[in-house]
Design a protein around this ligand. Structure first.
Ligand SMILES: Cc1cc2nc3c(=O)[nH]c(=O)nc-3n(C[C@H](O)[C@H](O)[C@H](O)COP(=O)(O)OP(=O)(O)OC[C@H]3O[C@@H](n4cnc5c(N)ncnc54)[C@H](O)[C@@H]3O)c2cc1C
Length: 265
């Protein structure tokens, strides 16, 4: 193959240290959208962080409608509640007839939308348990990969694969089968080995890959329709280094002829 290649070594977790401000502007439509998105994001974060308990209407006191992260999708409801514990999630779910959980609002489409109520678990973002014996980590559902991976790395562990962004919530990512790179790497949902979910009746259901087979597999990528995920257990592995190959000026024909070889690297 007559191509030059440049090798770039990166730590698995280093890529996740990018902040929201460092996302290239090409990822959103316009400068205005970015500005609005940042204002919206900050207000969202502040409102959620400031909320001590669920119950009172969160101060989404904004002239702008609540939007997704990119700012190109307007949500239908503006009632946004924040839960800080499992018990708060349960009591809110029992109280409200209809709601949708909002993660970090990165979905491109309207599956996270609700015409009634939103529930945010943003402040539920702790590591609950790290088990070297079972090679798993259990986290609160509001945690993001950007929060989790540096912690894992400091303990000598990593996840098998990651998406392009650090600041998406783990529950939101697995619910939509968010994928990373490499056709031989499973999407992010394949790392899930157990879940804690609050059902519409307010019951707490615990499911595991080992115990619940097909039912479990059907629930992990639930698109937010099956209940409120409150805890996620993920498989982990020893931390590793990654090498990125960049093929410059590769003719399309070369790429076609060697596609499998390129992909499997
Ligand atoms: C710039 C950008 C880059 C992206 N890169 C990739 C990529 O590399 N690979 C890829 O596959 N996708 C990618 N995506 C898509 C993104 O990973 C998904 O949209 C993912 O769902 C975002 O997670 P979130 O926390 O923002 O979820 P949200 O958008 O807030 O919600 C998504 C769904 O998850 C549900 N949900 C969230 N939290 C919970 C919970 N606790 N319990 C139950 N349901 C819940 C919601 O109800 C909703 O149905 C990208 C998106 C953007 C904007």
């Amino acid at each position: 193959m007559e191509t030059s290649s440049a090798e770039i070594w990166v730590y698995n977790c280093r890529a996740l240290e990018v902040t929201e401000d460092e996302i290239p502007s090409a990822t959103v439509d316009t400068t205005r959208a970015i500005a609005m998105n940042k204002r919206t994001f900050l207000r969202f974060s502040a409102a959620v962080t400031a909320s001590p308990v669920i119950g009172p209407l969160l101060a989404w006191a904004s002239k702008d409608k609540l939007k997704n992260w990119a700012g190109n999708l307007e949500y239908s409801a503006d009632r946004l509640y924040s839960a800080n514990s499992l018990e708060q999630v349960r009591s809110y779910v029992k109280k409200e007839n209809k709601l949708k959980v909002l993660g970090t609002r990165h979905c491109f489409n309207n599956i996270a939308d609700s015409t009634d109520n939103f529930l945010s678990l943003k402040t539920m973002d702790e590591v609950v348990a790290l088990s070297p014996e079972t090679r798993t980590v259990t986290v609160d559902a509001g945690m993001t990969y950007g929060q989790l991976c540096p912690l894992l790395h400091s303990k000598g562990y990593a996840l098998h694969n990651l998406a392009s962004l650090p600041h998406i919530s783990i529950a939101g990512a697995i619910s939509t089968a968010t994928h990373g790179s490499g056709e031989k790497n499973g999407n992010l949902a394949t790392a899930v080995s157990a879940l804690e979910i609050v059902t519409a009746a307010g019951e707490v259901v615990k499911l595991s890959r080992q115990r619940d087979g097909e039912v479990f597999r059907g629930v992990v990528v639930g698109l937010g329709a099956l209940g409120v995920i409150t805890k996620v257990t993920l498989d982990i592995q020893p931390t590793f280094l990654m090498r990125q190959y960049v093929y410059e000026n590769m003719p399309l024909a070369e790429m076609k002829d060697h596609f499998d070889a390129i992909q499997c690297l």
